[in-house]
Design a protein around this ligand. Structure first.
Ligand SMILES: [Zn+2]
Length: 304
């Protein structure tokens, strides 16, 4: 839901910073990212139509997402209802338990509700990226636990993510390592889409800004290591990481560099985005999620 906000802050070009090391294990997982899976999932998401709060399309999309996790073999799937303007909708929260820090969570999130159109870019891309990430990480050991969260109500004002922070994060004192938000990463058809924007926290409170900056630098490096894209760093705004940010959590996020002229319109569809670009964003994001979650190859570990 970003199109009403100006980009006030200058982009920082990133390639001059020292590079992180490529992890060959992560690279081998990223290499299994399936462009046909992604394309099929984007088409399926598009076919559900306009996913506004209170529509059967939104419910069908929710059922599609949760059934995908079930068929991947995930068992900890929570449907979290909330009500907004007398309309009930659901966040979908899937948890994968970490080996070393089971009570500390990497949250990877994307909203699946749309407004006015099918929202194939905003935010079918984030939705599908999470599905592919979850597929590739299913049997990978990670030191930290991961919560894959598909929020609803984003387009109505971050309703689902606000609800989750207020009703889960705060009362449960959830220990969050990082919130990694994916929103609208499909690029623009007919343009050269070769750069991804990595978003850091420049807002209040400022106590979490330095850690967000550090995580976003890691993200920008990973995007360049595990995809053929260039990275830029900008600031976070107007998406589901903001309620976490306001609660003092460390956040980062991805956003397209060429900003879709059709988001929130009836023709936010596959024909108006760049599926090849999205495939590259997905690869980079999977590399970053492996890094942030402390993924490791258990088969190569020797007993000391
Ligand atoms: Zn969005």
């Amino acid at each position: 839901m970003k199109n009403s906000v100006f980009l006030f802050f200058a982009f920082i070009y990133f390639s001059n910073l020292p590079a992180q090391t490529l992890n060959l294990y992560y690279e081998s997982i990223v290499a299994n990212t399936s462009s046909s899976n992604i394309l099929n999932d984007l088409k399926a998401f598009e076919e559900f139509g306009v996913k506004q709060l209170g529509t059967s399309s939104l419910i069908s999309t929710q059922n599609w997402i949760s059934s995908r996790y079930q068929s991947l073999g995930y068992t900890d799937i929570v449907i979290q209802p909330f009500t907004h303007n007398n309309k009930t909708s659901n966040n979908i929260i899937i948890t994968k338990t970490g080996t070393l820090y089971p009570n500390t969570f990497l949250i990877v999130d994307a909203h699946y509700d749309t407004i006015n159109g099918p929202g194939t870019n905003d935010n079918g891309t984030g939705t599908v990226l999470l599905l592919e990430l979850a597929r590739l990480l299913k049997d990978v050991d990670t030191e930290y636990s991961i919560k894959f969260i598909h929020f609803s109500g984003e387009e109505n004002g971050l309703i689902g993510s606000k609800y989750f922070v207020k009703n889960v994060v705060i009362p449960q004192k959830l220990d969050i390592k990082l919130v990694f938000n994916i929103d609208e990463v499909g690029g623009v058809a007919g343009m050269v889409n070769d750069t991804v924007v990595c978003e850091r926290d420049l807002g209040n409170p400022k106590s979490n800004n330095e850690a967000s900056d550090a995580a976003t630098i890691i993200l920008a490096h990973c995007m360049e290591l595990y995809s053929n894209l260039k990275s830029e760093i900008s600031h976070a705004y107007s998406s589901d990481y903001m309620p976490f940010e306001e609660n003092g959590e460390i956040i980062t996020g991805l956003y397209e560099k060429n900003i879709s002229p059709v988001n929130h319109k009836s023709n936010d569809n596959l024909a108006n985005m760049d599926a090849t670009y999205f495939y590259e964003v997905t690869k980079g994001a999977i590399g970053a999620a492996l890094e942030f979650s402390g993924a490791y190859d258990s088969s190569s570990k020797t007993k000391g």
